[in-house]
Design a protein around this ligand. Structure first.
Ligand SMILES: *Cc1c(COP(=O)(O)O)cnc(C)c1O
Length: 390
């Protein structure tokens, strides 16, 4: 069965101007592969940011089908949406601001995170008011310099959590942290962060905490650093079959398969003479008699404007380069002497096995990372989920 998040087309057709096909069989395969990489550790499939642009609910279901015991979300809204859609497994959410909403999260059996005393105090107050025990993961900043408790403040946070445990308002389900440079294997900060993490775990144990899961590994650490696996790995980008960075390797080096294919139907194909300007600013001019094809996808759909003049796309059997500027809704390619017609397929990226560019190719030419390419695919691009059922 296939599903699309788009409203039924008024014309009743199934063709799309542009669409992101999401292969859930590939996603399930990636979860299996990553579980093998994780060894004895459990797997959390991170589905924040609409599953990195792939559609959160169908991707979360597919990850569960493939055995993911945990799901990870950044924001409370994401976690609550997963519960509203019927997800009942272990679910953690880590990006909190004063006000929570802690009550809703605790009632929905969402594992929350505390990086500071203010958060723990709000969690305890909400749990008390509900008469329930909140499952909390305490976060230590081992060196990333982002969220997490400073090592100097860690003994106080841990002691307060232990008091709350004895009171029954909190269960410390996890102690965790996050890497700064796991995508640069061998970076000296990796060993330094692991050292700080071990010390923080020792401090927590001495205070009487016995967390169910200790976790620090993201995708690159899961793929390259077994000593960082602990009890649970938090994999995001690799679930979607993408590599965290060129230094880590290509998806196929790890048995991963890209999940998203972004394609469009050509909106126009026409012959033009030499010297014809193309697109806003005329940053491209045809060098001879040629054929221009119009791809109806632009920066509002997530095609980076920085891809002007450099973005790759497969049209009429060959890689083409975007001619001139990417506009809000469209861009042109120069087909040279090759033939095509309106309605023909243009593939911006996919797994690569039909000769099309990959997400990594796009990230390289626009000077960004694979994460940004897929998470920025626009809201008006329908996600068409394939292989929904196992
Ligand atoms: C996004 C995120 C992850 C997943 O990282 P990937 O590199 O995509 O695997 C893991 N942990 C935290 C805290 C995150 O914010």
């Amino acid at each position: 069965m296939n599903a699309t998040s788009e409203l039924p087309s008024p014309t009743g057709t199934t063709s799309h101007r542009v669409s992101a096909e999401i292969d859930l069989e590939a996603l399930r395969g990636n979860v299996h592969t990553l579980s093998e990489h994780a060894g004895g550790a459990g797997l959390m499939a991170v589905v924040k940011a609409d599953a990195y642009g792939h559609g959160m609910i169908p991707c979360a279901r597919a990850a569960r089908q493939a055995g993911a015991a945990w799901l990870g979300a950044a924001t409370p809204d994401e976690a609550l949406a997963l519960r509203a859609a019927g997800d009942r497994g272990r679910l953690m959410c880590w990006l909190w601001t004063p006000g929570g909403p802690w009550r809703e999260a605790i009632e929905a059996d969402i594992d929350v995170s505390a990086s500071a005393l203010w958060a723990l105090e709000e969690i305890v107050a909400a749990a008390r008011a509900l008469g329930r025990t909140a499952r909390v993961h305490l976060k230590i900043d081992t060196g990333l310099g982002r969220n997490g408790c400073r090592p100097a403040d860690w003994p106080d946070l841990v002691a307060a959590a232990r008091v709350a445990e004895k009171e029954g308002t909190v269960e410390v389900a996890g102690v965790w942290s996050h890497f700064a440079c796991a995508d640069e294997p061998g970076h000296p900060s990796i060993a330094a962060q692991l050292g700080v993490f071990h010390e923080a775990l020792a401090v927590a144990a001495r205070a009487g905490l016995d967390p169910e899961v200790r976790h620090i590994a993201n995708s690159p650490a899961t793929l390259t650093l077994p000593e960082a696996h602990f009890d649970l790995v938090r994999t995001g980008i690799s679930v979607y079959g993408l590599s965290p960075s060129p230094e880590v390797g290509l998806p196929r080096d790890f048995g991963l398969r890209p999940v998203m294919t972004l394609r469009a139907a050509l909106a126009n194909v026409k012959r033009v003479p030499a010297g014809h300007g193309v697109g806003y600013g005329h940053h491209y001019t045809t060098s001879g008699d040629t054929t221009l094809a119009l791809v109806p996808a632009g920066y509002a759909d997530g095609v980076p404007r920085h891809a002007s003049g450099v973005g790759p796309v497969l049209v009429a059997g060959k890689w083409r380069t975007i001619a001139g500027r990417v506009a809000m809704d469209q861009f042109a390619v120069d087909l040279g002497g090759d033939a095509a017609e309106a309605g023909d397929e243009a593939i911006l990226f996919g797994p690569g096995d039909r000769g099309e560019p990959t997400v990594e190719d796009w990230a390289r030419v626009v000077g960004t990372i694979s994460y940004e390419i897929v998470t920025r695919i626009g809201a008006r691009v329908p996600r068409v989920h394939r292989n929904v059922d196992v």
